[in-house]
Design a protein around this ligand. Sequence first.
Ligand SMILES: NC(=O)c1ccc[n+]([C@@H]2O[C@H](COP(=O)([O-])OP(=O)(O)OC[C@H]3O[C@@H](n4cnc5c(N)ncnc54)[C@H](O)[C@@H]3O)[C@@H](O)[C@H]2O)c1
Ligand SMILES: [Zn+2]
Ligand SMILES: [Zn+2]
Length: 351
Amino acid sequence: MKALVYHGPGRKSWDDVPDPSIQQPTDVIVRIDTTTICGTDLHILKGDVPAVTEGRILGHEGVGTIVETGSAVSSFEVGDRVIISCISACGSCSYCHQGLYAHCLAEEGASGIGWIFGHLIDGTQAELVRVPFADGTLHKVPEGVSDDAAVMLSDILPTGFEIGVRYGQVKPGDVVAVVGAGPVGLASMMTAGLYGASRVIALDLDPNRLDQALGFGATDAVNSGDADWLEQVMAMTDGYGVDVAIEAVGIPDTFTACTKMVRPGGHVANVGVHGAPVELALQDLWISDVAISMGLVSTSTTPMLLKLVAQHKLEAEKFATHHFSMDQFLEAYETFAAAADTKALKVVIRR
Ligand SMILES: NC(=O)c1ccc[n+]([C@@H]2O[C@H](COP(=O)([O-])OP(=O)(O)OC[C@H]3O[C@@H](n4cnc5c(N)ncnc54)[C@H](O)[C@@H]3O)[C@@H](O)[C@H]2O)c1
Ligand SMILES: [Zn+2]
Ligand SMILES: [Zn+2]
């Protein structure tokens, strides 16, 4: 088969590789119909994720059709059209029992880390993929849900919702600010409405992304490069700050911005993946009763989000801005990496 293979920092190619095969009775093999590229794949290609070794097939998002099942798979059969979650869940360890699949203790990949596709085992940017723990990792795609919509449930929609909106404890009437209007931040904006946020303020440096945010549930947009960005945000609240500030970039500046605009008693929900230490002004924050949360997505809310997508309550397909065929994989990467020019949100690659 063909697959997108990582060959060390800065090097990738669309290669001929051996087909995957069933290794455990709980595995299935999925033929990928639709996949996409995540910002995390760009981090890997820069060499920021050293656990990814040369020869690894990238990708942790995908929709496909089951072509083979292991003997212990009970919920799926050959021919089922499925969403592959970015998190693999054995379903029986103590973390899986809590719904914290992000920390699944099974030995596949590494015990304690649920994100293994395109990281510790071969991923979804391929014609075929081996899916471990199929019963806990896959979701059947209901009729009427397009691949473009379904593939957004592998990662970005559950991430924006679980780590941004749920951990941020958004409540009816809240003013919510989201820093970073990339696919993940936009997913938080789109799902903040589920809990009745009264205002959703998008912050980004890129005016294109701010324009796009207004189509994803943001009611207001503030360019965080403006000298008076904080005054602009405060003017959209009762003067005390936002109820929930969601960080969806992953750098110290944007985390600090969240701690500056949150109100006493409010929540800062960090979604971004950080590569450098962040200074926390605990001397100012302690008296404000601010709660700070963070985490790796568990994809435990995917079934609920999928119902909303199936009922057209969440327009997941809007994230799909560019389409490619698999033999154009390298072009898809170029388009995604140049998002500031191409205005790409999610690039969708089909077989
Ligand atoms: N916690 C999790 O489980 C999880 C899962 C997936 C992704 N992530 C992380 O979420 C973050 C967002 O992902 P994405 O795919 O949307 O990323 P992205 O790179 O596509 O988007 C980031 C956005 O932030 C904006 N930005 C950059 N610097 C900024 C600044 N100083 N101020 C304001 N805006 C700024 C960019 O213009 C861009 O629109 C990343 O750090 C990613 O690794 C976390
Ligand atoms: Zn991802
Ligand atoms: Zn588990």
